[in-house]
Every structure is written in structure tokens, then in C-alpha cells.
Design a protein around this ligand. Structure first.
Ligand code: PLP
Length: 500
């Protein structure tokens, strides 16, 4: 097996096998019902079946998967096209697909006209939050000026309008990430709340010794909720390590997966190193062990096309404010099977069918997971943001950002002494660096004086930086409205600091 097409064939076969074992009919029992565990001696396979997990594959299949991963590492081949992160799809598009008109795009974002310390604002802090186009600002203003009402309950016109707009936003998200039904989309405050929701509804299915697999590059939002659940349940956290470039070591990840793996939770893209993980492959590997898979999409949805069904995950989570939408809103994709088999998290209005003091019956999904009055206006704003990104074209965005990332990488690497941290094969536009002899905060301040906004610090991903012996980096991060001229300004300030 030493050509790319053979590897691709093997991978497709393995993915098909992995998907077959995770079909609803073989994984119909809810993770949340420990009472369904088969009686008798506790064997990992028995346990997994009893709690709604797919059965592990045969030893021969798993050996095949291992061989495939070994081959990927030793052959120096890139992942087969079928398994490559979707950013690569954008990066190989022909120019015939059309280019972004960056001047026109920039004029859609009023804040980009701001001046900071007398200089034009260069917003290079997009991994922390993104700026909002006028279309998003208008959608929120319009809602409060014309349609404001609580939803789902009133028998009047504004309630109907507000409900329609809110549910339309849910449908926009469904189409944006390729879910099969709007009902698979649950609104939350953001990625952090989404992962907390998932950790809490998966917790009742976890027992002492069960394993939750993460990677070394996770954001604290994808570490701490699992730690809290592990403390409560006795589950154990296992961590897949990174190599020197910032890629996850796939053989090590594969070795961590076992019959006790219940949950695998992975960043689609790292906010500190920029690495894009091969989540489709990693999901297939986890699914072959019967685990539930969560993908943290905080740093991916805004940069390249995402298709949750192609990834094959159970859950996908992202924040509105990182994709040109408002703060305080985000979404969790949950497969229908997961929604039906898992319990609600928060209780209250909207999520019930009937309540007595003796007993409550819950609404069906997604209402079951949306207790209380939601953030209606910002859900509508998020829908407007996704419409905006769709109009620009996600492939076009991926092509543009890929080129800008390559340009910025070259510029920064040329600066004497600068150490770029995170040089993975597939990256989003995150350029973490340190400049020996200069505190990261000091570099951030110098850039601010030049009107350039970047983040300096640990980026809420301390383990990922400690892997490289660092406590903090300076982190410019790119979006489609950034330009080569802004990158030049960044490089100029950092160069002058490096020269001393
Ligand atoms: N996951 C990743 C990879 C992130 O970059 C972030 C935020 O930076 C989060 C999760 C948390 O997102 P939020 O603060 O919007 O909830």
C-alpha cells in the first residue's frame, strides 16, 4: 500500500466501515440511560453496547486502521483528498471561481474605518473576535425597531414575526454546516456554553474509568468542562500529543482510542497554533471505537466550508461572534439520534410539554435543549452573518486567506530572531510568534500604537503553548477583510523591534 490512491481507497473503506457501525440502528440505546447496561460481568464491549455506543470493530479492522495511520506518517504523503481538511478544497480552486473584491468587502464593515492612535485600524485579532458587517448590524436594529417580541408563545403578529425570523436563522445555520434538519441545531450563548451543554448531557452516561480523549491543542473551553465532568463521574481524560510543527500525532491518538473511550472532543482548528485537524479521519477512528465525537468549530466555520455530515461527528459547536455575527449567540449541531437519546441540561420554560409538581415531560428537540427566552435578536444577527459569508463564497474566502497566510508567514519568518510557533501542514490564518528579548505584552502594545490590533498572552490554550516551552505568544490572526498592506505594517513594526 504505497500510492496515494491505494491509501485513499483504504481510507474510504475504513470510513465506510466506521460509519456502518455508528448507524442509528446499531447505536440506538441512549448514552444517558445507565440502567440499560447489560447485566453480568463488566466488559468494555458489553458496557459500550448497553450505553448506546457503537460496538468496536473487529481486531482485523482496527489493525487495518492502525496500518493506515502508520502509512500516513511514514510515507510523507499528504492525506488523501477524500480526508483532507476542507480548507484544501478552497486552496486548490481555480481563479475562475472568482476573486474577492477586498475594497468592496472592507466597505461593508464600518469599524474598519476607525483610527487608533491616529493610524488606520488594522484588525488582526480575528481569532479572538471578528468585526461585523453592516448587514448584521442592520438585521439586529431591524428586529428591535420592528419585530421585537418573545417567541413561540404569543398569539399576535409580532410574536409570529419574531418566531419566523428566529426559526429562519436556525434553518440558515443548518444549511451553512450541512445538517440534515433545522431541528438538529440548538442555539446557545457560544462555543463555551455549547461544550458545557454537551459535557453535562453526556455525563450521566459516563462511569469511573471511562475515557474522554482530547488533544494537546485544545482551547480551555474544550478542556475545563470535560475536567469538571471527569471529577463528577470518575472518567479519565487522555490527551493526544502534538509534534514539533503543531500537528496531532495520529499514531499516538490512535493508541489512546480504546474500548473505554466514550467521548472524543477535538478542535477543528487551533486558536493558538492555527493547525487544522483532519477531523474526518479522526472522527472515523473514534467512531470505530464506539465513541461520541464533539468538534469545536470556533476557529473553522469562518475560514472554510464545513459539512458536519461529511465529518461524521455527533456534535459540532461554534460561536457567532467569531464568524462576523454578534456575541452571546452560538450553535450546537446534534444528530437527531443524540438529541433523542440524551437528557436536557437546563430546565425551565420553552423546553417542556407539560409540568405538574410530580412530573415534567419535555419538548422534542431542539426546544428540549433551549430552556428560557433565548437570545432572539442575536440569533437573527447570526443568520445575517452566515448569509453574508455565503454571499462572499466560502471557497473564495479560503483561497484568499490561504494566500494571505502564506504571504504573512514569509514576512514574519524573514524577521531576525522571530520564532513562529505552529507550522502545521494545514493551517488557518493564525500566526503565533515570540521575539526573544521582548515581552509579548510589550510587542502587543507597540503594535497597538501603530493602530494594529493583535492578541498577546496564552490565548486560553495554555497546554498548547507549554508544549513548546512557552507561556505566551503574540498572535496576529487573519480574516478575509485583511490585506497584504496590513501584514506589511505588522512586519515593519515587529522588524523595527527586532532590530532594537
Ligand atoms: N474553542 C476555540 C478553539 C476558541 O478559539 C474559542 C475562543 O477563542 C472557544 C472555543 C471559546 O469560544 P467562546 O469564547 O466564543 O465561547
Amino acid at each position: 500500500m504505497n500510492t496515494e490512491s491505494e491509501i485513499a481507497r483504504a481510507a474510504r473503506h475504513l470510513l465506510a466501515d466506521a460509519r456502518a457501525v455508528s448507524k442509528p440502528e446499531t447505536a440506538a440505546m441512549p448514552l444517558s440511560r445507565p440502567t440499560a447496561v447489560a447485566t453480568g460481568a463488566r466488559s468494555p464491549a458489553n458496557d459500550a453496547a448497553g450505553r448506546g455506543m457503537a460496538q468496536p470493530q473487529s481486531a482485523a479492522d482496527l489493525e487495518g486502521l492502525r496500518a493506515f495511520v502508520r502509512q500516513l506518517r511514514t510515507s510523507d504523503l499528504k492525506l488523501p483528498a477524500a480526508l483532507r481538511p476542507l480548507s484544501s478544497v478552497g486552496a486548490t480552486l481555480s481563479p475562475a471561481a472568482g476573486m474577492l473584491d477586498i475594497d468592496a468587502v472592507r466597505s461593508d464593515f464600518p469599524i474598519l474605518q476607525e483610527r487608533v492612535h491616529g493610524k488606520p485600524l488594522a484588525w488582526l485579532d480575528n481569532a479572538a473576535t471578528t468585526q461585523k458587517p453592516q448587514a448584521v448590524i442592520d438585521a439586529i436594529t431591524h428586529f428591535y425597531a420592528h419585530d421585537n417580541s418573545n417567541i413561540h408563545r404569543g398569539a399576535h403578529t409580532l410574536a409570529a414575526r419574531a418566531t419566523d425570523a428566529y426559526e429562519h436563522a436556525r434553518q440558515t445555520i443548518q444549511q451553512f454546516i450541512g445538517a440534515s434538519s433545522p431541528d438538529e441545531i440548538v442555539f446557545v450563548r457560544g462555543c463555551t456554553e455549547g461544550i458545557n451543554l454537551l459535557a453535562n448531557i453526556l455525563a450521566p452516561g459516563l462511569r469511573r474509568g471511562d475515557e474522554i480523549v482530547l488533544t494537546e491543542l485544545e482551547h480551555h473551553a474544550n478542556i475545563v468542562p470535560w475536567q469538571m465532568v471527569a471529577e463528577r463521574t470518575g472518567a479519565v481524560i487522555r490527551v493526544a500529543p502534538l509534534d514539533d510543527r503543531g500537528d496531532v500525532i495520529l499514531e499516538a491518538y490512535e493508541r489512546l482510542l480504546g474500548p473505554l473511550t466514550r467521548v472524543v472532543s477535538l478542535s477543528h482548528a487551533s486558536n493558538s497554533l492555527g493547525t487544522i485537524l483532519p477531523v474526518e479521519l479522526m472522527t472515523a477512528m473514534a467512531k470505530s471505537r464506539g465513541a461520541r465525537v464533539v468538534i469545536d468549530g470556533a476557529q473553522s466555520v469562518s475560514h472554510f466550508p464545513v459539512d458536519v455530515r461529511r465529518i461524521g461527528c455527533d456534535f459540532y459547536v461554534f460561536s457567532g461572534h467569531k464568524i462576523f455575527g454578534p456575541t452571546g449567540i452560538g450553535a450546537v449541531y446534534m444528530t437527531r439520534e443524540a438529541q433523542e437519546s440524551l437528557p436536557p441540561w437546563q430546565g425551565g420554560g420553552n423546553m417542556i410539554q407539560a409540568v405538574t409538581f410530580a412530573h415534567t415531560t419535555y419538548s422534542g428537540p431542539p426546544a428540549k435543549f433551549e430552556a428560557g427566552t433565548p437570545n432572539i435578536a442575536d440569533a437573527i444577527g447570526l443568520g445575517a452573518a452566515l448569509d453574508y459569508v455565503t454571499r462572499l463564497g466560502r471557497e473564495r474566502i479560503a483561497v484568499y486567506e490561504h494566500e494571505l497566510l502564506e504571504y504573512a508567514t514569509g514576512k514574519l519568518m524573514a524577521i531576525d530572531g522571530l520564532r513562529l510557533v505552529g507550522t502545521a501542514r494545514e493551517k488557518v490564518g493564525v500566526l503565533s510568534f515570540v521575539l526573544p528579548g521582548h515581552d509579548t505584552i510589550e510587542v502587543g502594545r507597540m503594535l497597538d500604537r501603530a493602530g494594529i490590533a493583535v492578541r498577546a498572552g496564552h490565548h486560553c490554550a495554555q497546554p498548547s503553548l507549554r508544549r513548546y516551552g512557552l507561556e505566551a505568544t503574540v498572535r496576529p490572526s487573519l480574516a478575509f477583510y485583511n490585506t497584504r498592506a496590513e501584514v506589511d505594517r505588522l512586519a515593519e513594526v515587529v522588524s523595527s523591534l527586532a532590530r532594537g
